[in-house]
Design a protein around this ligand. Structure first.
Ligand code: NAD
Ligand code: LMR
Length: 441
């Protein structure tokens, strides 16, 4: 079987060790000859890089492993770039969450003003990385799961329409795993129909391979428990704040019991509830800094101190096998069915052609072929149109350096109550994002 060269961009990410362990566990399906980490923060990446160097020497000495901050070294001779960068790191995530909350508005990584601020920071870095990849490895595919995926995907559509970039999100994958537990199946036994935007969509069908429909049974469960399941075996999305999010899905499904909602809809449909249940002095960023980041980086330091990973193993990011499935689909033309963020072009019949939507696609060597989802109801269509326009305005504001368009984007967000509040938040975000955002006029 052919062996591949992969670069993980955002090498210092808290997710990197989990992704590397998952890759090592999948070598029979997706063999590697080279694995590189790339980050623009040498110090942060080196902590994980040195530990992973030890892990690789112990577990897969045949794979050439390295970590670098040099673009040429990182992007030369690579077949796939797995991208999970966070422009501004947790320091800026904290501001994205806390500034809106100060104004009584949802403070979240990807939804509402926080997501808009993060998007404005990420577009430039993502485009620069795509250009580097194309310069040094023109045939390379970027599998991007950096957030805010909706805004990044729209920026790619507008600024690099012909680049080999696929945008994918782990939330539908994680929720499908929970759905499969509800009906005592495995996710790979199920085929779904789904429509929406990233972090903004609905399942309209969940069938097994024989064609039996499970949606009514799942709906009854979700109406009572949300996506809280007793059988959760892995460690993703298990913190208390996430349990609350899974549970809240019961109030999301109440609004339209025909479909199963994406959990992120809680920020748009129940923003008042979210604000009431947020602590403006301690947000998700603080939870992750004290939790996932601390655990991962202290384990890396321990491995380096001991000089071995024996008795101190990184946890495998089993949930992230979707990245390998996607790479395999391209590398081996597997025609696997996966949810991806792609340009609509009629996939949702009564929605704009140029909207980036999240829908099931068949993925092969030429990339994704979206599967038609037909017409969608008015309620969802109107919500989606409002949100996709926010995302488009953000990208336009970035390109044109337009204060006006960014103010419009914030005003249009369903999470923001008025143009006045939008402007107050925007002015605070501009101050906080100096050096990250383009100059706005
Ligand atoms: P993190 O801050 O721990 O890691 C991000 C890394 O990206 C940092 O080391 C940072 O230095 C680096 N970086 C920033 N800008 C860069 C650039 N221009 N070039 C190269 N490296 C750069 O963040 P995290 O919590 O681990 O999340 C990483 C990303 O993955 C985020 O965008 C997050 O939203 C997304 N995400 C991924 C998953 C998943 O399943 N893998 C799940 C949720 C979120
Ligand atoms: C994280 O854990 O940081 C991400 O999965 C998203 C979030 O806010 O929880």
């Amino acid at each position: 079987m052919k062996k591949f060269s992969v670069v993980i961009a955002g090498g210092g990410s808290t997710y990197t060790p989990g992704i590397v362990m998952m890759l090592l566990d999948n070598l029979d399906r997706f063999p590697l000859r080279k694995l590189k980490l790339y980050d623009n923060d040498a110090e942060r990446q080196a902590i994980l890089g040195e530990a992973l160097d030890i892990v690789l020497k112990e577990k897969a000495p045949d794979i050439e492993f390295s970590f670098t901050t040099e673009p040429e070294e990182a992007f030369t001779d690579v077949d796939f770039c797995f991208a999970h960068i966070r422009t501004g790191k947790y320091e800026m995530r904290e501001k994205d969450e806390k500034i809106p909350l100060k104004h009584g508005v949802v403070g979240q990584e990807t939804c509402g003003p926080g997501g808009i601020a993060y998007g404005m920071r990420s577009i430039g870095d993502m485009i620069e990385m795509i250009d580097l990849m194309e310069k040094y490895s023109p045939d390379c595919w970027m599998l991007n799961y950096s957030n805010p995926a909706a805004i990044v995907a729209e920026a790619c559509r507008v600024l690099r329409p012909n680049s080999k970039v696929l945008n994918i999100c782990d939330m539908p994958v994680g929720t499908l795993r929970r759905i499969s537990h509800i009906i005592d199946k495995e996710p790979q036994d199920l085929e779904v129909r789904y429509f929406g935007l990233n972090h903004f969509g609905w399942w309209t069908s969940v069938k097994d391979k024989e064609g039996n429909e499970y949606l009514p049974a799942i709906r009854d469960y979700v109406a009572e428990h949300g996506y809280l399941t007793q059988k959760e075996v892995d460690t993703q999305h298990t913190d208390a704040s996430w349990q609350d999010t899974h549970k809240k899905a019961k109030d999301l499904i109440a609004i339209d019991p025909r479909f199963l909602p994406n959990t992120y809809l809680k920020y748009y449909l129940y923003p008042d509830y979210v604000v009431e249940h947020s602590n403006p002095d301690h947000t998700r960023a603080n939870e992750v800094i004290a939790g996932r980041e601390k655990t991962v980086f202290s384990m890396a330091r321990t491995i380096v101190e001991r000089g071995t990973s024996e008795g101190c193993e990184f946890e495998m990011g089993a949930h992230a096998t979707f990245v390998v499935d996607l790479a395999r689909a391209i590398a081996f033309n597997t025609h696997e069915r996966m949810l991806l963020i792609v340009e609509n072009n009629g996939t949702i019949a009564n929605f704009d052609d140029d909207a980036m939507v999240e829908v099931p696609c068949i993925v092969g060597s030429d990339g994704p072929e979206p599967l038609s989802q037909g017409k969608i109801p008015e309620f969802q269509r109107a919500l989606m149109y409002q949100q996709v326009t926010v995302e488009k305005l953000v990208v336009q504001a970035y390109i044109e350096g337009s204060y006006q368009k960014l103010w419009q984007a914030l005003t249009l967000s369903k999470t923001v109550p008025s143009a006045k509040v939008a402007k107050e938040i925007l002015d605070d975000l501009i101050e906080a994002n100096k050096g990250y955002w383009p100059e706005l006029n």
